[in-house]
Design a protein around this ligand. Structure first.
Ligand code: FES
Length: 166
């Protein structure tokens, strides 16, 4: 008979310790309040994306229904459910960015990277993703690369930013 893997075995000690820091911020009977942080931690530890197995492990660890974890992971654009590139460019096309030229930003990124929205470069280096407002409308048009925001984008600044990526 095949050994059954316990959900706790799926999350490393390091990941569980990081999640515990967030769990400690909430009342003892509200562990599920740490779900967004837990998913972020698990995603980073897994190379940038979540699997069903990992989401189930988070649900079990936080003692919450697995389906509630899926609801969070599928609602917010910062979570990925399939592999992404080493860098992820999240380009905002919401109203302020659209009015300030996000169409040009997207067109330039597509041309420069040779991929469309929702795609990853063949070398696995960059994923291009369209997102809703990232709360930086004053800097429109903007995008986020990994954890950093870049604002007031032009084709020239985009080229400089991309040239600076490892
Ligand atoms: S509309 Fe783009 S950051 Fe708000």
């Amino acid at each position: 008979m095949a050994a059954v893997m316990k959900q706790d075995d799926i999350l490393s000690d390091k990941v569980r310790a990081e999640i515990d820091l967030w769990v400690a911020k909430y009342p003892a009977d509200q562990k599920q309040s740490a779900v967004m942080a837990a998913l972020r931690i698990v995603q980073e530890d897994n190379g940038g994306y979540l699997t069903t197995e990992l989401m189930d492990a988070v649900g079990d660890y936080l003692e919450m229904p697995r389906v509630s974890v899926y609801e969070v992971a599928t609602f917010y654009s910062m979570y990925e459910l399939s592999p992404v590139g080493k860098h992820k460019i999240c380009v905002c096309t919401n109203i302020s960015c659209m009015l300030c030229g996000s169409d040009e930003v997207v067109a330039h990124l597509k041309k420069r990277l040779g991929i469309g929205l929702g795609e990853t470069t063949p070398d696995g280096r960059i994923t291009l993703k369209e997102v809703e407002c990232l709360g930086a409308c004053v800097g429109a048009p903007m995008f986020q690369i990994d954890k950093q925001y870049f604002e007031h984008l032009t084709p020239e600044t985009i080229d400089k930013i991309l040239d600076g990526l490892d």
